[in-house]
Design a protein around this ligand. Structure first.
Ligand code: AP5
Length: 214
């Protein structure tokens, strides 16, 4: 089963992707994580994308399609792929369709996570991530435990993303509405779209996704 998690920054795509990986043995393909990895590795590509990401703009289609192509050509399929944060433009959506066809695979569903903009600001500015395993926390809704240890791996170091500021979020939201939200109509027309209420609790969103995938 291959699925796309589609939604604005902070909608909960990464949070739900991690649950699906645990429960269904699926493989999470997050272009955001791949780009952050590239920038810390100091490659030329990493240096090029760092400034773009920090300001909240989209990285070029060519780069992200290349990253996904590499993963699909070399990857283990296991329980299928979760595309998290990809595609984000119509060109990326067309490219994904072609790449899956080349690999003799299909898309099972596109899960649109609906969250209103005011909630997104609160979610993004309160987010932190375990530096060891990537578990995602929130100052209010999922705080780091009082003993300062990650519940998943016991790590004690937590980071905040450079683009998780109110200023960068404005640009990220604009990019979402201008370039990514047309994908809602694109996948609706293809008959692949399922929408869930992303404002519900993390467990209720997970249940809604389970129902949508049944
Ligand atoms: P990326 O890393 O993909 O970021 P994003 O899409 O902006 O999404 P986020 O990771 O910020 O949010 P999320 O939906 O995963 O929410 P999360 O689960 O963490 O992209 C970053 C940048 O990389 C882009 O701006 C761009 O520059 C570049 N890029 C990436 N992909 C690209 C592409 N395809 N093309 C071009 N450029 C690309 O949750 C957020 C917070 O809310 C957490 O604290 C969490 O604990 C909390 N939370 C989650 N669910 C709930 C809930 N139900 N109730 C309460 N709190 C919740």
């Amino acid at each position: 089963m291959n699925i796309i998690l589609l939604g604005p920054p902070g909608a909960g795509k990464g949070t739900q992707a991690r649950k699906l990986v645990d429960e269904r043995n699926m493989v999470q393909l997050s272009t955001g994580d791949m780009l952050r990895e590239a920038r810390t590795s100091g490659t030329d590509m990493g240096k090029r994308v760092a400034e773009v990401m920090d300001k909240g703009h989209l990285v070029t289609d060519e780069i992200v399609i290349g990253l996904i192509r590499e993963k699909l050509e070399s990857g283990q399929k296991n329980g299928g792929y979760i595309f998290d944060g990809f595609p984000r433009t119509l060109a990326q959506a067309d490219a994904l369709g072609a790449l899956l066809a080349e690999e003799h695979q299909t898309l099972h569903a596109v899960i649109e996570m609906q969250v209103d903009d005011a909630e997104l600001v609160a979610r993004i500015t309160g987010r932190s991530t375990c530096a060891s395993c990537g578990e995602v926390y929130h100052d209010v809704t999922k705080p780091v435990p009082a003993d300062g240890k990650c519940t998943n791996c016991g790590g004690t170091s937590f980071t905040r993303r450079a683009d998780d500021t109110e200023e960068a979020l404005k640009t990220r939201l604009l990019a979402y509405y201008k370039q990514t939200s047309p994908l809602i109509g694109y996948y609706y027309a293809k008959g692949d779209l399922k929408s869930v209420d992303g404002l519900a609790s993390m467990d209720d969103v997970a249940s809604a996704i389970k129902t949508a995938l049944a």
